[in-house]
Design a protein around this ligand. Structure first.
Ligand SMILES: Nc1ncnc2c1ncn2[C@@H]1O[C@H](COP(=O)(O)OP(=O)(O)OP(=O)(O)O)[C@@H](O)[C@H]1O
Ligand SMILES: [Mg+2]
Length: 620
């Protein structure tokens, strides 16, 4: 995120929060799981104690040990196995639910997040939080919570050993304490490595995504080697990190093995002394050996859980980061009563805007757009036209000055009220998963089928929709891009017609449509903007000529404003843009309406027109 790297949170803080926010609501199931784990622990440790009894019973012929011995072992192992199975199911249910809840909340946060924050990180990197990070958290939680069972088993084992011989018990405790010291030392290293690994996984997703989404360009320009080189570098870095991570993580297991060996060595060393002094007998000895056998596995698991738990913290931090981003675009209080709308009078007062990266894109914008008028925005690429548009629905907030609708600061309105006053027809009409009907219906949530079809007709979209396999009920798969540019535009116009908002933001497509589509779409747009306050980023001459006012922008400022003729007379940037970008030679007069600002220039015709306009004689 755009925030500076927050300092690492402590393990207690990270897992404490996991417990408070996510696990606690499931405390009933967690408690059940703990009880089951306790059962497993006692059955495991009980095994050692039981062995002591069995061996002791062998000395007494009438003890019946030949029967209750084996039966007892079966009962203990069955209890252990069944409790373990039940525990896994309960735990898994809780953790999977938590996992899904986290994903839902993360998505909710993302979808509501300020654009400034959202744009600070690539979508691919954000997406890894849903997969790699969440998976790691789940894995870590399973291990950390599961180590409750290991702790209980160890406590029970120590209890059993204590009941057999307290000297042994103390010795064992000492050995454990010694062994966990070095294991702890590996922790800091593991944690740092796993933070870097998670970041690198995000980079990897970005790299793959970039290569694939740009595949057409990659193929055409034969950039395969180029994209492969940069993604190979990411894969290699990831490889390096994984190798170091495993190096440190895997150290834990041999440490525990050594711990187990050490315990047995000490035990053997002590045992003859304890036996000769009469402190323990053969039965006690067997009990101790069994206890050690039982203790090795939980000790190893605990150490493993420690390493994985640290890895989970790196992921937890990344996920909390998303939960904690504070929105700076906050709701105001005002909203119109049911059924009422704004008139649509817009004013910009000394508006300045600086992008989060520090780039000042707008300076002192002052502009009043009366209700129902159409203002065309023109200017070079990067002049700030789209930025002005983004301020109206508050995708970003002006960093200075005020934007007002009907004289009311837009920051004082609720976001939903504000956005209900605005419809947008963009260059790229965005289609979402759903049917054609639903995609138009997004314009107004309460619209019924008839209203949607009426809007589609007004947008000249009805005809092509009818031809679709299931008409209005044809499902749209956004990944497949099944619609042409013109069709998409018509769908988005239909959406805007349905919305029936007093303000229309229109970003004209630069891409050329065929003349027929162009005319139908233009007619639909004219109808749409009728009676609405319309701001249009204009690329077509016809749009510019039809506008009530033309606003000329340059380097984040409004440098001129007026009608077409007035602006030409000013002989400023407008005249320059106009002359450079429109082909106005008489022979092309019929087609000039379909010419775009971006179309190829034809110098000769243009010069003729300009010189005629200014009455010059140099090129005549
Ligand atoms: N998200 C962003 N972060 C930082 N700077 C940005 C961002 N978006 C745009 N800019 C910069 O702000 C300036 C104005 O951009 P804007 O998109 O408003 O221009 P425009 O007039 O719409 O250009 P075009 O005609 O090419 O669409 C440009 O210099 C651009 O590089
Ligand atoms: Mg733009």
């Amino acid at each position: 995120m755009s925030k500076p790297q927050a300092k690492q949170m402590s393990a207690r803080a990270a897992y404490g929060r996991l417990w408070r926010d996510w696990l606690k609501p499931h405390w009933g199931k967690m408690l059940l799981s703990m009880l089951l784990m306790a059962l497993v622990a006692f059955a495991s440790a009980g095994y050692a104690k039981f062995m002591e009894w069995v061996i002791a019973g062998l000395d007494q012929p009438d003890s019946g040990v030949i029967w209750w011995g084996p039966l007892g072992i079966i009962a203990l192992t069955m209890t252990r196995a069944l409790a373990s199975y039940a525990n896994q199911r309960v735990q898994n249910r809780v953790l999977s639910t938590v996992q899904a809840d986290m994903q839902k909340l993360m998505f909710k946060r993302l979808i509501n997040m300020d654009l400034a924050h959202l744009l600070a990180e690539s979508p691919a990197s954000l997406a890894t939080r849903f997969s790699a990070d969440i998976e790691l958290i789940r894995n870590a939680t399973t291990h950390v919570f599961g180590s409750v069972r290991s702790v209980l088993t160890l406590v029970a084992v120590i209890g059993v050993v204590l009941s057999i011989d307290w000297v042994m018990a103390l010795t064992l405790l000492g050995v454990f304490a010694l062994a966990f010291g070095p294991i702890g030392l590996t922790g800091a290293k593991v944690r740092k490595l796993s933070t870097n690994t998670q970041k690198e996984i995000a980079h990897m997703t970005e790299a793959v995504n970039e290569g694939l989404s740009g595949i057409r360009i990659v193929r055409t320009y034969q950039l395969e080697d180029w994209v492969r080189r940069s993604s190979d570098a990411v894969f290699d870095r990831l490889l390096g990190l994984r190798i170091s991570l495993i190096k440190w993580q895997a150290m834990v297991t041999p440490m525990v093995e050594i711990l187990a060996g050490l315990s047995i060595a000490i035990l053997l060393f002590l045992v003859s002394w304890r036996i000769s002094s009469g402190a323990i007998d053969l039965a006690g000895f067997i009990g101790l050996i069994s206890a050690l056998g039982v203790a090795t596995n939980p000790a190893r698991k605990m150490a493993g859980a420690y390493a994985i738990g640290l890895q989970g913290m790196a992921a937890l931090e990344r996920v909390y980061e998303l939960f904690d981003v504070e929105n700076t675009i906050n709701d105001g209080d005002f909203s119109f009563p049911e059924g009422e709308k704004a008139k649509g009078d817009i004013s910009f007062e000394d508006v300045g805007f600086t992008y989060p990266d520090g780039h000042q894109a707008l300076h002192e914008i002052n502009l009043t757009i009366p209700t129902g008028k159409t203002f065309a925005f023109v200017g070079r690429s990067g002049a700030g036209k789209s930025t002005v548009f983004n301020l109206l629905p508050r995708l970003f907030d002006a960093t200075s000055g005020q934007v007002k609708i009907d004289g009311r600061n837009i920051n004082d309105m609720t976001l939903s009220c504000l956005r209900n006053q605005i419809s947008v027809v963009g260059q790229e009409s965005v289609l979402l998963t759903g049917t054609v009907l639903e995609n138009i219906g997004f314009g107004r949530k309460s619209a019924d089928r008839d209203a949607i079809i009426a809007a589609a007709k007004a947008a000249a979209a009805h005809e092509f929709i009818e031809k679709l396999p299931q008409g209005y009920d044809t499902p749209i798969d956004p990944a497949k891009h099944a619609f042409s540019g013109g069709e998409r535009q018509r769908l988005s116009i239909a959406r805007a017609i349905l919305r029936d908002a007093p303000i229309l933001l229109l970003d004209e497509p630069t891409s050329a449509l065929d003349a027929e589509s162009e005319n139908t779409i233009r007619a639909a747009l004219d109808d749409l903007s009728e009676g609405r306050t319309t701001l249009v980023i204009a690329h077509r001459l016809a749009t510019i000529l039809d506008a009530d006012q033309i606003v000329v922008m340059d380097q984040g400022r409004i440098v001129d404003q007026g009608t077409h003729d007035e602006l030409l007379e000013h002989d400023g940037i407008y005249a320059e843009l106009f002359s450079l970008q429109f082909d106005l030679s008489p022979s092309n007069g019929k087609r000039r309406n379909s010419k775009s600002f971006s179309s190829p220039r034809r110098k000769r015709g243009m010069m003729e027109r300009i010189s005629r306009f200014f009455g010059g004689s140099d090129t005549a």
